[in-house]
Design a protein. Structure first.
Length: 307
């Protein structure tokens, strides 16, 4: 019998409004987060993303509804956050005048009482986040990419099971972004539960298992990404023959002269698709895979009306 994946966080009809606001900033939001998954919270500025994260991490108290960490029955809500939850904020949350290692030492001393573990936790965070080369460098002298990594390293030094990340790759170069996405994928594979916000939708398709779209504090839509279809578009030097088209098993759509599209609903079909492409490789002019389901849904939900 297969064991069920544990529920790490559960919200029921959660609502909150700032003092003086004419509307709720988070309005009856319900969701469950499962262990080892990454859930994206998306929406335009002012949709309620940061407020919702502040509620889930105990920085704000809800006005109505419930929020629980059911996996940690031995803890109160605040104890679960203190012991098992970490937040990577959008702003840099470290001391500029301290080195990378000294910043980590400070934050580890606040989260872990057993001093014998401090060195282990610091070294582990430095190694996981690729900070070895700058471990003794002042935080103020770091590049933007390394500052983002330090933000994440501070969260990891707490040894959390659940990590909230508020736009952790904003304003950095592509190589640093790739390193951070690879790190987060590795954390998810280790069983960590991630909650992610970003305006970079291609990051979401790389990293996340589900997406929650917020508009005016309410859930406008939600989407599981595990079974999202892939779109394959390719162009050829010449129109394919019927025999070449038949190699793909699944029906090809001809978009125009020498241009084709294939929708792949099952990842198990990829090997057959690649095999077919290999047999007509001499004809391939260009090739593009895309999973644009998130972007399409985002645009459908939030696009400004044309006047």
């Amino acid at each position: 019998m297969t064991a069920q994946t544990p529920t790490m966080l559960e919200l029921q009809q959660l609502s909150f409004g700032y003092s003086g606001s004419t509307r709720l900033n988070v309005d009856q939001v319900s969701l469950q987060l499962k262990q080892g998954t990454c859930t994206a919270i998306l929406g335009p500025n002012g949709a309620g993303k940061s407020t919702l994260i502040s509620l889930m991490t105990g920085l704000l108290e809800p006005q109505s509804g419930t929020i629980q960490y059911p996996y940690y029955k031995q803890f109160t809500f605040k104890q679960a956050i203190a012991n098992k939850v970490a937040l990577v904020p959008q702003d840099f949350a470290f001391y500029d005048e301290l080195s990378v290692r000294d910043n980590l030492a400070f934050f580890v001393s606040m989260s872990e009482k057993d001093r014998r573990l401090h060195r282990q936790y610091i070294d582990s965070a430095i190694d996981k986040c690729g900070l070895t080369a700058v471990a003794n460098k002042r935080a103020s002298a770091l590049s933007g990419g390394y500052k983002r990594r330090l933000n994440i390293a501070i969260a990891l030094s707490k040894q959390p099971d659940i990590i909230f990340l508020d736009e952790p790759t904003v304003g950095i170069d592509p190589l640093s972004r790739d390193a951070i996405i690879a790190l987060l994928l590795d954390l998810k594979n280790q069983g960590k539960t991630l909650v992610y916000t970003s305006h970079l939708l291609y990051e979401v398709t790389q990293l996340c298992d589900a997406v929650l779209f917020l508009r005016d504090g309410k859930i406008a839509a939600s989407q599981e990404l595990n079974d999202a279809p892939l779109t394959l578009k390719f162009s050829t030097l010449n129109n394919l023959s019927q025999a070449q088209v038949a190699l793909f098993v699944k029906p090809l759509t001809q978009l125009g002269n020498n241009h084709y599209q294939l929708i792949i609903m099952d990842a198990n079909d990829l090997s057959r698709v690649f095999s077919a492409l290999a047999k007509i490789s001499h004809e391939i002019k260009s090739l593009q895979f895309s999973d644009n389901q998130v972007e399409q849904l985002y645009r459908a939900l939030f696009a400004e009306p044309v006047c």
